[in-house]
Structures are given as structure tokens and as C-alpha cells.
Write a protein that binds this ligand. Structure first.
Ligand code: S3P
Length: 442
């Protein structure tokens, strides 16, 4: 993959990537650590009583935002090696008032989870982020937190920056209007401080990493039929972690899709997290008729992990809606790209949450695939893609400052007739630094 700057001069921080059409993609790779688990491991080990070791932490912009903020909150975090960190947790009451505002960068997980945590502290804090994050809905966390007694101020329409006057909180039973792991996790973190029970009722299963990690630390947590109850009536004490972060299935999905977009694709991706609340993409690929083998299933640090083997071949259109959507919510842009190769009309519904991600991902995916000649129909709550259709290429596609749109377009470019250019490709470092290099090496 060639990289160039906007003015075509060589640069150390390339703004654009050029993706050339490819026939072949082969090899064995691993992907960086899971983003969701990396955020949580930094936050929860900061709250543990003692030093935790984290191996395989994702060193991407989003998680580095969380890491910097935990340091600002008084936690000593040492980088022992690549991806290997020691976090000197100070217990639930050990955080300190930050001297400055806390910058979450592009990371919704950082802002939403920390809002819950900071609402319960005995100090004042301010959370802000980049222009994308400052336009994303935060009322979905500030409203239930206010019901718990939190004192949080925002801009109009619940937008960040958020100004938080920490105070004591009470438990709540909250019925989530939409399945969101960020909202659920935010309330569970706040719940740790209530001295009471906090219950979150999910309309559909969302990623459960927070629950797994709280249970592993010894926090009483019951989960039954989508009802999650954290019991803090005895003040919880979190045991330190010795945690290995599995490879991120969301990052792996771009490589799986890349192998399916070319005529001779054969790829093994080792050590990928296949938590059932995240692995909807594997179900979807199976339904599309992809030749996918899930090998060497095992459990690492309380999370299911496997090696994935994929071989290119014909694909058929599928319909996706309902409960599967939260389990592949981040994979929908790249699934739409794959659908351009599938025989028939792929219909994705119940995915309106994509409109409030790093960008409006339904609009961005439809617009940029159509720029390449795909004929994607944008629906209120999803997308309709009829394939197979050949992608023309020869265009500059926009990333909308969204890492997953940039990577989805790179995957599309592999199967286009002519090379494509992706603007602002450096945004990929939000979740998958090295993605373009891996693609080039394969
Ligand atoms: C995440 C939850 C999801 C997902 C995001 C990461 C998390 O967001 O899209 O990339 O780590 O909890 P929602 O909770 O808004 O669905």
C-alpha cells in the first residue's frame, strides 16, 4: 500500500493511502489486542487493590486516551514492554482529582464508561474529546446517572464537554432503550459506589466484557436473561488482574473480509477473541457461505479465543436484523463492502445505532460505496446492497475521520477495477495501527 500526503510529498504522518486492486492475499497473521477489553482492563485494574499485569493491551489512540486519563487520575501505569503494562491500582477510593480536563480523543468508550466512574468520585472533573466525540449523544449516560443522583452538566442536547461534580450515588434499575455495552458498563461502574444494588435490563445482548472482568475481580454480579445485577451492599474490593487481552475480532473482520474480496484469498488469523456477544460477524460470514474454520478454541483470561481460517469463494446475500445486530455492530460497514461481492440483495435492518458512531456510518458507507459504483440503498435503519457488482475505483474516498470507514474502504479497494485513494487514512490508528502494513505484507 503506497502512502502519500495531500500534496504528494513524503511524510512521517501520511494523510492518504492508495489501495491497489489485488488478486491474491495469503498468510498467517495476528491482530492487535481487543479495544473494548483494553479500555476496561485499564479502568478496572486502576480500581483494583494492588498491581495488575496486562499483556497484549491495544496500543492504539483510543486506548492511549484511556491510559493517559487514568494517569491523570493518579494511577501509576508502567509500560514494561510492547503491550505489557503494570497498573498500580489504588482501590475503589484511590482516584485523585485531575488537575486539568480529561481528553477522551475519539473514544466513546472512554467517555461513557468514565462518566459513570467519575460521577461517583469525591471530586470535580471535566471530560472532553475531538469534534466527532463532542457531537455524539451523551444523554444516554447522563440521564440514568442523574437518576442515581449524579451531578453532571453538558452542552445542549447532552453533548460533551461534560462537567462532573462527583457525589454519592444510589442504586437504580434501568431498562435500556437500546442495547449498548457502553451505557451498561457506565452504570455498572457507577453502581460499584452505591452501597446498593444496580440493575441493568438489556433489550438484546451487548458485549459483556465488563461483567466478565468484574466477576473475575470478585465483584458480586448476577446475570439472568438479560438482567444484570451488581450488588455493592458490601463495598466491593476488586482483586488485581493478571490479564492477557485477546486479538480484536472487529479488527480481524477487516482481514477476513479482505481475504474474501480477492479471488485467491487464504488467511489464518491467530488468537482472536470470539466472545459470543461479539462474534455475530462469524455467523454472518457462515450464512453468506464463506469458507471459514474456527480452530483451536480455548479460553484466555475468561474470554473465548480461537484461530480463524478463511478461504475465498462465492458468497450469497443475507438478511440481518434483530438481536444479532449488537453482536456485529462495528462490522456492518465492512459487511456492506462484502455484500457487493455476494449474489442477491443483502438487507441490513435495525442498525440505526450506526448513525451515532464516530460518524453516521450508514450514510458514510452508502455514499462512499456508491462513489465506487456499488448502488447501495440507504434505509432509515440499515442498508440494502445488491451484488455482485464491480467496483470501479479510480476515486478518492472519504473516511469521515472514522477508522472503521477508512478500513472498510481499503477492503473495497482490493477488489476495485482501479486503485482508490483513502483520505485521512491515519485515522486507522484509532483502533488498528499497522492495518495497512499487514494488508501490504499479505
Ligand atoms: C463498545 C460498545 C459499542 C461499540 C463500540 C465499543 C464498548 O458501542 O460500537 O465500538 O467497548 O463498550 P455501544 O455501546 O454504543 O453500542
Amino acid at each position: 500500500m503506497k502512502e502519500k500526503t495531500a500534496d504528494n510529498s513524503p511524510s512521517r504522518s501520511p494523510e492518504q493511502a492508495v489501495i491497489s486492486p489485488r488478486q491474491q492475499l495469503q498468510g498467517t497473521v495476528s491482530v492487535p489486542g481487543d479495544k473494548s477489553i483494553s479500555h476496561r482492563s485499564l479502568m478496572l485494574s486502576s480500581l483494583a487493590a494492588g498491581t495488575s499485569t496486562i499483556t497484549g493491551l491495544l496500543e492504539a489512540d483510543d486506548c492511549l486516551s484511556t491510559l493517559a486519563i487514568m494517569r491523570q487520575l493518579g494511577i501509576k501505569i508502567t509500560r514494561a514492554d510492547t503491550g505489557r503494562y503494570l497498573v498500580e491500582g489504588r482501590g475503589l477510593q484511590g482516584l485523585q482529582e485531575p488537575e486539568d480536563v480529561l481528553d477522551c480523543g475519539n473514544s466513546g468508550t472512554t467517555m461513557r464508561l468514565l462518566t459513570g466512574l467519575l460521577a461517583a468520585q469525591d471530586f470535580y472533573s471535566v471530560l472532553t474529546g475531538d469534534s466527532s466525540l463532542r457531537s455524539r449523544p451523551m444523554a444516554r449516560v447522563t440521564e440514568p446517572l442523574s437518576e442515581m443522583g449524579a451531578r453532571i452538566w453538558s452542552r445542549q442536547q447532552g453533548l460533551a464537554p461534560l462537567s462532573i461534580h462527583g457525589t454519592s450515588l444510589s442504586g437504580i434499575t434501568f431498562h435500556q432503550p437500546v442495547a449498548s455495552a457502553q451505557v451498561k458498563s457506565c452504570l455498572l461502574l457507577a453502581g460499584l459506589y452505591t452501597g446498593e444494588k444496580t440493575t441493568v435490563v438489556e433489550p438484546a445482548p451487548s458485549r459483556d466484557h465488563t461483567e466478565r472482568m468484574l466477576q473475575a475481580a470478585g465483584v458480586p454480579l448476577e446475570i439472568e436473561d438479560g438482567v444484570i445485577t451488581l450488588d455493592a451492599s458490601a463495598p466491593p474490593r476488586l482483586k488485581p488482574y493478571n490479564l492477557t487481552v485477546p486479538g480484536d475480532i472487529s479488527s480481524a473482520s477487516f482481514l477476513l473480509a479482505a481475504a474474501l474480496m480477492v479471488s485467491k484469498g487464504q488467511l489464518t488469523i491467530e488468537n482472536v477473541g470470539i466472545n459470543p456477544t461479539r462474534s455475530g460477524i462469524l455467523t454472518a460470514l457462515d450464512k453468506m457461505g464463506a469458507r471459514l474454520d474456527i480452530k483451536n478454541k480455548r479460553e484466555i483470561s475468561g474470554e473465548p479465543v480461537a484461530d480463524l481460517e478463511i478461504t475465498s469463494g462465492p458468497l450469497q446475500a443475507i438478511e440481518l436484523s434483530g438481536d444479532i445486530i449488537p453482536s456485529l455492530i462495528d462490522e456492518i460497514p465492512v459487511l456492506a463492502v462484502l455484500a457487493t461481492r455476494a449474489e442477491g440483495t443483502t438487507v441490513i435492518s435495525d442498525a440505526e445505532e450506526l448513525r451515532v458512531k464516530e460518524t453516521d456510518r450508514l450514510a458514510a458507507t452508502a455514499r462512499e460505496l456508491n462513489r465506487l459504483g456499488a448502488g447501495v440503498k440507504e434505509k432509515e435503519d440499515g442498508l440494502e446492497i445488491t451484488g455482485p457488482v464491480s467496483l470501479a475505483g479510480g476515486e478518492t474516498v472519504k473516511s469521515y475521520h472514522d477508522h472503521r470507514i477508512a478500513m472498510a474502504m481499503a477492503v473495497a479497494g482490493l477488489a476495485a477495477d482501479r486503485e482508490i485513494t483513502i483520505d485521512n487514512s491515519k485515522v486507522i490508528s484509532v483502533s488498528f495501527p499497522g492495518f495497512l502494513d499487514i494488508l501490504a505484507e499479505l
